[in-house]
Ligand binder design. Structure first.
Ligand code: 1GP
Length: 236
């Protein structure tokens, strides 16, 4: 059975370490038309920071997932659909390939039906995720495509995530990566900030993820990215 993410064209990532834009509410994010919310970030995705956000989203009807950097005490609740566990394929620090995950499995009691891996390929060398994971971002298009094929065909990953966090990526790389996948869902994240950038990336990825635009420009700007995504999908 395909994962729920097969239905997602547009995802909004909420970083619990960053404030919302002036006057925005968490509940307002669910009204933008985005298909799902992921609560995640490079640092401080702790239960203490995540729980108030889940509480504020209690009436949301879209799926809400967490990329935890903590040991969750429960697998899912009414407000929480489950956990997405990033595996950074091009990390040089193995902590981010199996290390943190091993510790999580050893020390928690998760229900596996609610836990899904995401195969990240980190591509912006100046991003904090690249620094933390010591990602090798010196990759040409064939390298990226090979990581994606490795993810799907060897490691059995259902989500491949091109992570350009903080900068708009190369649409040719995204398109080539999607062409190389057979059924895995290609997530693209990085630098989407308006209608046009969303349209461009939604034309070449299965799912686009917006993050900074929420915190820096607010829910109306997120709505513009939803419109760009919808238009791109209608035309494809
Ligand atoms: C970050 O991929 C997401 O994990 C989105 O990136 O913050 O650059 O939108 P931005």
């Amino acid at each position: 059975m395909a994962g729920v993410w097969a239905q997602w064209d547009h995802v909004t990532k909420v970083d619990p370490d960053k404030p919302l834009h002036n006057g925005d509410t968490y509940a307002g994010i669910a009204d933008t038309g985005t298909d799902a919310i992921i609560i995640g970030g490079t640092t401080n995705v702790t239960e203490a920071r995540v729980q108030p956000i889940l509480d504020a989203l209690a009436s949301a009807t879209i799926p809400i997932f967490v990329e935890p950097t903590y040991r969750p005490s429960s697998s899912h609740t009414e407000a929480l659909s489950g956990y997405l566990l990033p595996i950074v394929l091009n990390a040089s620090d193995t902590m981010w390939i199996t290390g943190a995950h091993h510790e999580l499995v050893r020390s928690s009691n998760l229900e596996w039906d609610y836990v899904h891996p995401e195969a990240y390929i980190v591509l912006n060398p100046t991003s904090s995720v690249a620094t933390l994971t010591q990602a090798d971002c010196d990759l040409d298009i064939d390298d990226v495509v090979a990581y994606a094929e490795l993810a799907e065909q060897v490691l059995g990953q259902e989500i491949v995530y091109l992570e350009y966090s903080g900068t708009l990526g190369d649409p040719a790389v995204v398109a080539a990566t999607r062409n190389a996948l057979s059924s895995a869902q290609l997530f693209y994240g990085g630098g989407i900030h308006d209608y046009d950038s969303a349209y461009e990336m939604a034309s070449v990825a299965d799912t686009v993820v917006v993050g900074d635009v929420l915190h820096e420009a607010g829910v109306e700007a997120v709505e513009a990215t939803v419109r760009g995504t919808r238009d791109a999908k209608h035309e494809s």
